[in-house]
Design a protein around this ligand. Structure first.
Ligand code: DGJ
Length: 727
């Protein structure tokens, strides 16, 4: 058993290949956090329940415990713990204090599930679960904390369920998905911040004696902050030191809190953002808070990332495309924008086929009267002016030349200038007597309404049934404002943000069930909804609207802190780049895009013969390296801050290594770089077939592989090298 309970000491211990997680039930019935870190044999960790005396601190009426200085697994509100609470429920009397204490628990094999929410699953994996139910006498509420341990992968997931057993309705004002009180505050915290075209930059700061928060109130997880937090020791780097990662499996408004308290303990929590949330919980009803994934590594940030990658590839992404080779695609967006017709589409597809590309994706502009972004969202009917033969004929023609076909939708949106709006103005989010703000000339559909979800399910299904479409790019191009629903009573208006997310999940779930072979690539103005919740439905996500390879390296680096390369949409685009105006060689663009779900997004008809040959070679390389890139281990080597990036893929059996190097600047002299391939097998020998050089694994690890940036290399230099084990 990897989850054990010591009845005598009332201690729970949750183990996996990377960590132990230990807590106990106090005499008063509170769950007291004892330890999270490297694997421990011993369960006798009672002595770690250190609770310093604090003046002014209330003592629990149920015993000796001072709630303000205990280390909790989940924190009550309003009863003497003055740190940020995990839960706040407004009861019939208008009070929001709770005093949840232990009631019972069960341990079982397998993974819990969360109604209506995405979560990791246990297919072919060794997973055990602990469910602990706490009870609050005054409100008659049951709170169940769920823990699952992925034993071989080395991750723990947590979630929370609350049940109203009383005869009156209560209001949930806050419900964190997890809480841990660490015993000290000697950590740096890492978060992934950004903006449109500039997603998931890594920020690392020392914890101060205060509260640090990340959040979204935009209706999506957002470009601005990703629902990911990490605590690392000051000496931790990619390869050494302690690192904890916390990632919320949720695609809406969230709050992540790190609070250093008066005694220098550190409380970490994450969950739905309480600022934009309230939930009326009626008698006998349950509410599920989203899952959080927790990873501990004693071997640095790189190892923490690889654990997330393994878990997400194996136990979050699912369905037909989970382990299948994804098609190399060409998308017409940056080639044509809205200005295309059937002949142009077919001509791009034809040229793409000649180069070895496997799928054509028709982006925005194929439906309604859409020739720009001012109209037609919601009218999911093909525009016969642009595609006179109809969708089915176009897809057939494209299939006939040997390409698959994919299509763009923006299901959650509505243009005021659309038929849908004419017939159903009540279907968009709106506040009565208040004008709505437009963004990209569009409004947002009220995804909390079942009739809206049903309409979208029917209209998307109709298109997907009308032709052989195997891929959908699911876009979402604005954040939510004037968030009101004409369908909900006034006391339920603060539920809309969460109901919106549940509506999106429901629609995606119904679509992947109805079209089990459909590959969905999520997108939100690039990577504005790149989160673990979305990965449950769409195993790849468009990482950013910035396709400039130099900027993309940074974005993909930051994204890889938590999310696997196999989930990052990455395309070779035109030069100069449309977002930054910068020029990069086709080789550099190819190298960066290959570290993702590979594709092209430019007018290949305008390229030279020589460039076509380069593309053919890139496609060949990507196909050759597909397994190592998508299923291997990912190592970040040089930090992008040095105007260099270097990363390697190493196959699970360590027999193959693919090293990628990019220097963002030309230099007036040659620059020597020794790249240490930490993940190589020290006992193996590797061959670089390009130059017939042989390296011992321990040499690659300790001395490194030499990469020389030549003198005067213009706008940058790239190097890729493939090493294979020889006997
Ligand atoms: C934003 C996406 O990120 C782009 O790739 C493209 O699909 C446009 N929307 C289309 O409107």
């Amino acid at each position: 058993m990897s989850i054990t309970f010591c009845d005598k000491q009332k201690i729970f211990k949750i183990d996996n290949s990377k960590s132990s997680y230990v807590f106990k039930i106090s005499d008063e019935g509170y769950l007291i956090h004892l330890y999270y870190g490297n694997y421990l044999k011993d369960i006798n960790l009672e002595y770690l329940d250190t609770r310093p005396f604090v003046n002014f601190a209330p003592v629990s009426p149920y015993g000796e415990i001072m709630l303000d200085s205990a280390n909790f697994e989940y924190s009550n509100n309003g009863i003497g713990d003055f740190r940020s609470p995990s839960i706040s429920v407004l009861d019939i009397d208008g009070n929001n204090a709770t005093n949840f204490r232990y009631k019972n628990h069960k341990i079982y094999n397998g993974k819990y599930e969360l109604n209506g929410l995405p979560s990791t699953y246990d297919e072919n994996t060794n997973v055990e679960t602990l469910e602990i139910t706490l009870y609050d006498e005054k409100t008659d509420l049951y709170l169940t904390i769920l823990y699952s341990t992925f034993i071989d992968i080395g991750a723990i997931t947590r979630a929370v369920k609350i049940k109203n057993n009383s005869i009156t309705t209560v209001n949930i004002e806050k419900i964190s998905s997890f809480c841990i009180d660490f015993k000290d505050c000697n950590y740096d915290y890492i978060n992934l911040y950004g903006s449109w075209g500039n997603e998931r930059n890594l920020s690392r700061n020392k914890l101060g004696n205060c509260k640090h928060c990340i959040s979204s109130n935009r209706g999506t997880s957002s470009h601005q902050q990703n629902p990911f937090l990490s605590l690392v020791r000051p000496n931790t780097d990619e390869n050494i030191g302690e690192a904890y990662g916390f990632n919320l499996v949720y695609s809406g408004n969230f709050l992540g809190e790190i609070e250093v308290d008066q005694k220098n303990t550190t409380r970490v929590q994450m969950g739905i953002n309480p600022e934009t949330f309230n939930w009326e919980l009626e008698p006998q009803n349950e509410f599920f808070a989203p899952e959080v994934v927790m990873v501990y590594s004693s071997n640095g940030i790189g190892d923490m990332s690889r654990t997330f990658h393994n878990l997400y590839r194996n136990n979050l992404c699912r369905g037909y495309w989970k382990d299948r080779k994804r098609p190399i695609l060409i998308n017409n967006w940056e080639a044509t924008y809205f200005d295309f017709n059937e002949d142009e589409i077919f001509s791009i597809a034809q040229s793409a086929k000649n180069l070895g590309i496997e799928m054509f994706v028709m982006d925005d502009g194929w439906f309604g009267k859409r020739d720009n972004d001012m109209c037609s969202l919601g009218d999911w009917v093909v525009n016969l002016n642009k595609i006179p033969s109809g969708l089915n004929e176009l897809v057939k023609k494209i299939n006939d030349i040997g390409l698959e076909f994919g299509i763009w939708f923006e299901p959650e949106m509505i243009s005021p200038n659309s038929d849908l709006y004419k017939y159903h103005p009540e279907w968009c989010l709106q506040i009565p007597n208040r004008k709505s703000s437009l963004s990209r000339h569009q409004l947002v559909l009220d995804m909390s309404r079942q009739d809206v979800i049903d309409y979208l399910f029917e209209s998307l299904s109709k298109i997907l049934n009308s032709a052989n479409i195997i891929y959908v790019k699911w876009d979402m191009n604005r954040h939510l404002s004037e968030v009101g629903s004409l369908n909900l009573a006034k006391n339920k208006q603060k539920e809309i943000y969460h109901r919106y997310v549940l509506g999106v999940y429901q629609l995606m779930e119904r679509l992947v069930n109805k079209f089990p072979k459909l590959l969905i690539e999520n997108c939100s103005g690039g990577g504005g909804r790149f989160d673990a919740g979305m990965l449950y439905y769409s195993p790849q996500i468009w990482t950013s609207d910035t396709s400039d390879s130099f900027k993309r390296v940074e974005i993909q680096y930051g994204t890889s802190i938590c999310y696997p390369v196999s989930t990052m949409g990455a395309h070779v685009s035109a030069c100069p780049n449309h977002q930054t105006g910068r020029s990069a060689s086709l080789d550099a663009r190819g190298l960066v895009a290959m570290s993702g779900t590979f594709g092209y997004e430019l007018n290949i008809d305008k390229l030279t013969e020589e460039e076509h040959e380069i593309i053919k070679k890139q496609i060949q390389d990507y196909n050759n390296y597909y397994n190592i890139i998508n299923y291997g281990d990912y190592y970040r080597i040089n930090s992008v801050q040095n105007e260099q990036a270097c990363w390697a893929f190493i196959s699970k059996d360590k027999k193959e290594i693919l090293l990628n190097f990019i220097s963002l600047k030309g230099q007036p002299y040659p620059v020597y770089n020794l790249i240490k391939l930490i993940g190589a097998d020290k006992n193996k020998k590797y061959l670089d077939a390009e130059n017939e050089k042989i390296y011992f694994g321990d040499t690659l690890i300790n001395a490194g592989l030499l990469v020389v940036i030549p003198q005067c290399c213009g706008d940058g230099y790239i190097y890729q090298c493939y090493l294979k084990e020889i006997q």
